[in-house]
Design a protein. Structure first.
Length: 173
């Protein structure tokens, strides 16, 4: 668990508060004056400071060893656990479902696909692929150029009518 403390300070009679880390008093003043000079081009001398707010942020996480991703290769099958259907680009697609902890390092999952995690779900769209990096990150990259995609020129009459009504309501004001 870590704790970060910051002060939002300003000069009396001014509107802009600048945030500095809460440290020793002489360092707080020096950092504030440096930021103020950088933003406004000058700095007041011998003028009191007002504390606009005090910010305290505690960050806690589940402890994990640094090598949790490097050593856990025994239970990684890399296989899809099932199939589902996803709606993308105006069509339904059959998509394999993967569990993130089962992916092998360097494995590439080509979209459409779904990757499940304990607290989130990643949908990889068609034309994209995800590669599991050594640090455990899932790097998403486009493998089909945007220029290679075809875009339709058909007009949706419902959306056109909604746009016209919104535009006219702004024009009348």
């Amino acid at each position: 668990m870590s704790c970060q403390r910051r002060l939002a300070l300003r000069y009396p009679g001014t509107d802009t508060a600048l945030t500095v880390d809460f440290e020793r008093p002489d360092e707080i003043l020096n950092r504030f004056e440096s930021k103020y000079r950088q933003q406004f081009g000058f700095c007041y001398r011998n003028r009191p400071l007002l504390i606009a707010s005090l910010q305290v942020e505690d960050i806690a996480g589940e402890p994990q060893p640094d090598d949790v991703f490097a050593n856990d290769t025994n239970n990684r099958s890399g296989q899809a656990h099932g199939m589902t259907r996803v709606f993308s680009r105006d069509a339904w697609h059959d998509a394999p479902v993967y569990r993130r902890e089962q992916l092998k390092f360097g494995q590439t999952v080509t979209g459409p696909a779904v990757v499940l995690e304990p607290i989130s779900t990643i949908v990889i769209e068609p034309g994209w692929q995800g590669t599991l990096q050594a640090g455990g990150d899932l790097l998403l990259t486009r493998y089909i150029d945007v220029d290679a995609q075809t875009f339709g020129t058909q007009v949706d009459p419902v959306l056109l009518e909604i746009f016209n009504k919104r535009f006219m309501s702004v024009a009348v004001l």
